[in-house]
Design a binder for this molecule. Structure first.
Ligand code: SAH
Length: 250
């Protein structure tokens, strides 16, 4: 008999409740179980009557296994911060289900990722082509990260940096800033901590300034490295989309 349950992988956005999509809200309301890291389950627990099952960092595979078991007969939401496809739980769920050929019906519900929350807080830092890179070498070797960062800088993309710092990887940030300084010079860098949630802090810095003050950056921060076209105007970070080349503003 086919599975009677359903597994939703729910992107809950950056944190503020009104940054959650209606589809995510409906999934949470329908669910009998909600699984996730405590940071995320805490944010949405008042929106659901489901039984909450929390687990910590490093428990991702077990969490997915448990969610799949429960989703054989029940409606289950597995919550992921921001968007589940951007350094979130989606790939693990999809890989696990397909590799093991498990009979579970699933749906990934997108969420507002950190970069979409951070960009308008800076002005319009990301207006066109950009590259997204994580400095976490937990699942990706550092040499690969370094190569991708160099290529992105060569391509003159705006470079959005996730996971810029953590207690275990403090020097990855300094190594990345060194690469920025050598490839792009003292580029402007938007620093957004806790975008669109409690503790929000926004500042516009530069590669050399952050190199001197890396304590401005922590694991709740996103960095936006400007391209050669990025300008700071009245404290606002602007990467022009190109309209001024084509039209005269009146
Ligand atoms: N899936 C998440 C990203 C998870 S990776 C998303 O789509 O947003 C975790 C990293 O994302 C953090 O180290 C930080 O760099 C960034 N991040 C997540 N939420 C953030 C927020 N509200 N403000 C700033 N950075 C955030």
């Amino acid at each position: 008999m086919p599975s009677q349950g359903k597994l939703y992988v729910v992107g809950i956005g950056p944190g503020m409740e009104d940054m959650l999509t209606l589809r995510a809200l409906r999934a949470l309301e329908q669910s009998e179980y909600v699984l996730g890291h405590r940071t995320y389950t805490q944010r949405i627990r008042h929106l659901t009557r489901a039984q909450i099952i929390e687990s910590g960092m490093g428990q991702e595979v077990n969490r997915v296994k448990r969610a799949c078991e429960l989703a054989t007969n029940s409606i289950v939401s597995l919550v992921s911060g921001g968007d589940p496809s951007i350094y979130g739980m989606a790939s693990l769920v999809v890989e696990y289900i397909h590799k093991r050929n498990i009979d579970v019906c699933y749906e990934v519900i997108p969420g507002i990722t950190a970069l979409c929350a951070a960009s308008p807080l800076l002005g319009c830092a990301i207006s066109g082509d950009h590259v997204v890179i994580s400095l976490s070498d937990h699942l990706t070797p550092w040499e690969v990260i370094e190569k991708r960062l160099k290529c992105a800088l060569h391509g003159d993309f705006v470079v959005v940096i996730y996971n810029p710092s953590s207690r275990q990887r403090g020097d990855n940030l300094l190594k990345a800033l060194e690469i920025v300084l050598s490839e792009r010079g003292d580029a402007p860098i938007g620093v957004v901590k806790n975008a669109m949630r409690e503790g929000e802090r926004v500042c516009i810095s530069s590669a050399s300034e952050l190199f001197e003050s890396p304590e401005l950056v922590d694991m709740h921060t996103l960095l936006v490295v400007g391209s050669s076209e990025t300008r700071i105007d009245d404290g606002v970070m602007i990467t022009p989309r190109g309209y001024a080349r084509k039209y005269i503003y009146r």
